[in-house]
Write a protein that binds this ligand. Structure first.
Ligand code: FAD
Length: 496
């Protein structure tokens, strides 16, 4: 029997991964130990850079025997601290960055197989080179990896038309906690052979296995598009406009993003090159895009006609159509730099929520009123992928307010907003996952039955609790063999 208290040794890791596959120097490991939002700063025994599935398999078998925690990491762009090790210095970060090959492209099957460490933008390019289209699109696509996208079940700007990452997967290759390799890189669209095991790894945030490759769906290449930026009277008008556009275009709306006035104010102030597309200020805007695989589709006409009739009916107050790729890029830059502009403007609190599209206007009205009355040192920045019901209901510290006082109220503000989300039948985690940040929220809002089943799945896949400990489910609750809700709501814990 191996000595379970011995932890892992660097010599053993180097024997498995080669000397250049193990980082221990503080300067080399630093980028892997802090999350993108700088909420968490961890320590690690080492950062492993495996080159093959076999190396990951041997590494996991070794760590499992010694009960050493393993933290999978992709592009480290996640918003919930899921890829950051704890502060013990005993865990091992496993970066997938060297597993970055496109293994195969099957144009006629509309599918490709990519290794987990492929950057999302490279997968999009590989599809494009094969005259196909991979629709997952995020602001972080130049850095995030396909394994991270699978493990967070990423969403982004095209979910309305193509679904989330979960909907884009045909098969997976995964290394299990004990080192066994589950090789299920199916290219099949129909496959009813028992339980859908692969779906458990999607959105599991590295707590059930390390994904090493995926077979993903491709679509016909986009050959024409029309992009418009429209001021709308309110959120209800935005949702009505979405329905009209879906009907008028034959359901070819691929993106429909809501932007509040403050989104324009923040981006024009903080991001070089961003300008207000319309002549005068309005309260709410939408950025919408129609796409088609037919080069000659008159999408500009469709969007122009729909906007003109919405203008007549008072839903739309003003609009601008992108007349060139440069103008389209400028509109998307405005939308995609809102998170960065928020960061540059000061402290902010993020709430990645989803509500049924039809209930969104009522929610925004109630929640905005609540913020206005109760958060005097904060400003609401509510924007997002409303075409699929996902709103980033964020708060920024107001100008002149105290950063620490504002941030100190995170837990009660989060609680109030998430409670309201629940009242509207929504979710407190639409596309960013749970990670470490929302473990307490999951314990509060998931039903006892759901928590029971999640803990049972975790124990079945990872009996020694070595895979990304403390993420998604609390390690303490797992160890205590708890069923159902561990405790009433607990405050979000941050490392110093
Ligand atoms: C500017 C910006 C814009 C963003 N926009 C969006 C958006 O529109 N929609 C959206 O959904 N997200 C968005 N995100 C969040 C983030 O980019 C996504 O969550 C992304 O999917 C994370 O991928 P990653 O490779 O960076 O994963 P990481 O951050 O490295 O990891 C995320 C989680 O997945 C696990 N993991 C990573 N790789 C593997 C693997 N191979 N096997 C098992 N587990 C693994 C990690 O342990 C961790 O729990 C945005 C982030 C930024 C910075």
């Amino acid at each position: 029997m191996p000595d379970q208290s011995a932890g892992a040794s660097i010599e053993a890791l180097e024997e498995i991964l080669g000397a250049d596959g193990v980082l221990t120097d503080a300067v080399d490991t630093a980028p892997f130990l802090t999350d993108h939002r700088r909420l968490y700063h961890g320590q690690a025994l080492a950062v492993a850079l495996p080159r093959s599935v076999e190396q990951i398999s041997r590494l996991l078998a070794y760590c499992n025997e010694r009960h050493v925690g393993v933290v999978p990491q992709g592009g480290n762009t996640g918003y919930c601290g899921g890829a950051t090790p704890d502060e013990s210095g005993r865990e091992i970060v496993v970066s997938l960055q060297r597993l970055n090959h496109i293994r195969s492209v099957d144009s006629l099957n509309y599918s490709l197989v990519a290794e987990a460490g492929c950057i999302l933008a490279d997968v999009q390019r590989a599809a494009d080179d094969a005259e196909r289209f991979f629709p997952l699109s995020l602001g972080s696509e130049g850095t995030c990896q396909i394994g991270g996208n699978l493990s967070t079940n990423a969403g982004g700007t095209s979910v309305l038309r193509y679904g989330m990452m979960r909907d884009l997967v045909l098969g997976l290759e995964v290394v299990l906690a004990d080192g066994r390799i589950l090789s299920s890189l199916s290219a099949l669209r129909k496959d009813n052979t028992g339980y859908d095991i692969k779906s458990l790894f999607l959105g599991a945030e590295g707590t059930l296995g390390v994904i090493t490759a995926a077979s993903i769906k491709l679509f016909p290449k986009v050959r024409s598009s029309a992009t418009a930026f429209a001021a709308v009277s309110d959120v209800r008008a935005a949702i009505d406009l979405l329905a009209r556009l879906r009907e008028a275009s034959g359901d070819r709306v691929s993106s429909f993003e809501l932007i509040p006035r403050i989104g324009i104010d923040l981006t024009t102030r903080h991001i070089p090159g961003v300008t207000d597309p319309l002549g005068r200020p309005y309260s709410w805007y939408v950025l919408c895009e129609l796409t088609s695989s037919r080069a000659a589709d008159p999408l500009d006409d469709v969007i122009e006609e729909a906007l003109a009739s919405a203008l007549e009916d008072g839903l739309v107050l003003d609009a601008a159509l992108a007349r060139s790729e440069r103008e389209r890029d400028a509109l998307w830059k405005l939308r995609e730099t809102i998170p960065e502009a928020q960061r540059l403007d000061g402290a902010n609190l993020k709430h990645d929520i989803s509500i049924a599209v039809s209930a969104l206007p009522g929610f925004v009205e109630r929640a905005s009123r609540w913020v206005h009355e109760n958060v005097l040192d904060g400003r609401l920045v509510a924007y997002g992928h409303v075409g699929d019901g996902n709103l980033h209901f964020n708060l920024n510290q107001a100008p002149g307010s105290d950063r620490n006082t504002f941030l100190a109220r995170e837990a009660p503000l989060k609680r109030a907003i998430h409670d309201l989300v629940r009242e509207f039948g929504g979710s407190f985690s639409a596309e960013h996952g749970i990670g470490r940040l929302k473990v307490g929220e999951l314990e509060r809002y998931a039903s006892p039955v759901e928590l029971d089943l999640m803990r049972a799945v975790k124990r079945a896949f990872d009996p020694n609790g070595v895979l990304n400990p403390g993420k998604v489910l609390s390690s303490a609750a797992l160890r205590a063999g708890l069923t159902g809700s561990a405790e009433p709501a607990c405050a979000v814990q941050r490392s110093p």
